[in-house]
Write a protein that binds this ligand. Structure first.
Ligand code: PMP
Ligand code: GLN
Length: 386
């Protein structure tokens, strides 16, 4: 038999699926894969139900229904002052995951280089490689997750087509500062490169930090594709509705891939998400405040258990150093151990690096009901005798 695709075949099953399956098998509380355990706003759920019943449920327009594209443009204006033409500068996708793939397939020519900052969200590297791109990896590391500007600069060359920026960043929970973004903007201009900006956690940002889209910096409006996700913004991760904003030529390039990847996204969900994006500003700030409370609850609890807890400036996640607990093994062994023995699942941070040398950190997800977080903490404390 002939071999199947070797690039994708070289990857195992994603760590999120692996840890969630292990959590189910061992009846563990799943603080591994990032998803809320309560669904998002009821009015959005009802809007989707009504849109299904009332129809139409046939193919919507390839670029998304006008009301959602208008809502995406208005959301850009309301939160970031960006003027986006919904007709030429927005595209609806089946989740941010499809948006990332469409942007990469639309921009990358075989042999192009792309700068990626580890720890990496799992789909970036396989899709880049499948598109024929060559990754130039730069890494940030716990505990400070500081951007190594020299290494970043050295990763750029005349062959650089683009950089992928994820802020707030999974799993580091780092929020890129305006100064860091300005440094990146300078490199993009110098090397005439683009940015794919994964901003799915744009409203999950804490401690009064602002979310600054790279696209808002001088000279960046024409170079960035900015990606959002209804899954994250409305706590509906199963819906897989994403949206991309960017200049017409880049959106056009991504659309060439989107038309062959999924072509469209369920119309009932699009209508409901349009309603969601038009919600009062209080909804969006309230979501961030609620998650900040959960971050604090889990961070304080994990510290009491004995973990060394890193700062989490955004997202759903906290990174912890488990060495103070005296565990003898790496992060994969630790996450398996707590899933099977303490009945709490987490994700090993080495899964987000190409080389497993960052091997003593575990990522815990805090977008869960308070009682569930408390129960998980009790289980960990009981297990470690702390
Ligand atoms: N990017 C990052 C950094 C993520 O954490 C996620 C969450 N799964 C995604 C993209 C994908 O989002 P979606 O579920 O909308 O495809
Ligand atoms: N973004 C989520 C996480 O990091 C999971 C997404 C997925 O399972 N593909 O846990």
């Amino acid at each position: 038999m002939k071999p199947t695709n070797s690039i994708l075949g070289g990857y195992g099953t994603t760590i999120f699926t692996v840890m969630s399956a292990m959590a189910v098998e061992h009846e563990a509380i799943n603080l591994g894969q990032g998803f809320p355990d309560t669904d998002g706003p009821e009015d959005i759920l009802r809007a989707a139900a009504e849109a299904s019943v009332n129809g139409p449920n046939q193919y919507p327009p390839m670029m998304g229904i006008p009301e959602l594209r208008q809502a995406v443009a208005a959301h850009n204006k309301r939160f970031y002052g960006l003027d986006i033409d919904w007709r030429t500068e927005t595209m609806v996708t089946s989740g941010a995951t499809e948006a990332l793939a469409a942007c990469l397939f639309g921009l990358i020519e075989p042999g192009d280089e792309a700068v990626l900052i580890e720890p990496l969200y799992d789909s970036y590297l396989p899709i880049l490689q499948r598109a024929g791109g060559v990754a130039k990896l730069v890494r940030i590391e716990p505990p400070d997750w500081e951007l190594p500007r020299g290494a970043l600069e050295a990763a750029f060359s005349d062959k650089t087509k683009l950089i992928m920026i994820n802020s707030p960043m999974n799993p580091s929970s780092k929020v890129f500062s305006r100064d860091e973004l300005a440094f990146i903007a300078g490199l993009l201009e110098k090397h005439d490169a683009y940015a794919i900006c994964d901003e799915v956690y744009e409203h999950l940002i804490f401690d009064g930090l602002p979310h600054v889209p790279l696209m808002t910096l001088p000279g960046m409006r024409e170079r960035c594709l900015r990606i959002g996700s209804a899954g994250k913004t409305f706590s509906l991760t199963g819906w897989k509705v994403g949206y991309v904003s960017g200049p017409p030529d880049l959106i056009g390039a991504a659309a060439k891939a989107h038309q062959f990847l999924t072509f469209t996204t369920p119309p009932n969900l699009q209508r409901a998400v349009a309603q969601g994006l038009n919600k009062e500003t209080d909804y969006f700030t309230g979501l961030g405040a609620e998650m900040e409370g959960k971050r604090d609850r889990l961070a304080e609890g994990l510290e009491r258990v004995g973990f060394d807890v890193m700062d989490a400036q955004g997202t759903y996640f906290i990174t912890t150093d488990f060495r103070p607990l005296g565990f003898n093994g790496d992060d994969v062994a630790f996450c398996k151990h707590i899933t099977t023995e303490a009945k709490v699942a987490a994700v090993p941070v080495s899964a987000f690096y190409q080389e497993a040398d960052v091997d003593h950190f575990a990522r815990f997800c805090f977008c869960k009901q308070d009682g569930i977080l408390d129960e998980a903490l009790e289980r960990l404390a009981a297990h470690f005798g702390t």
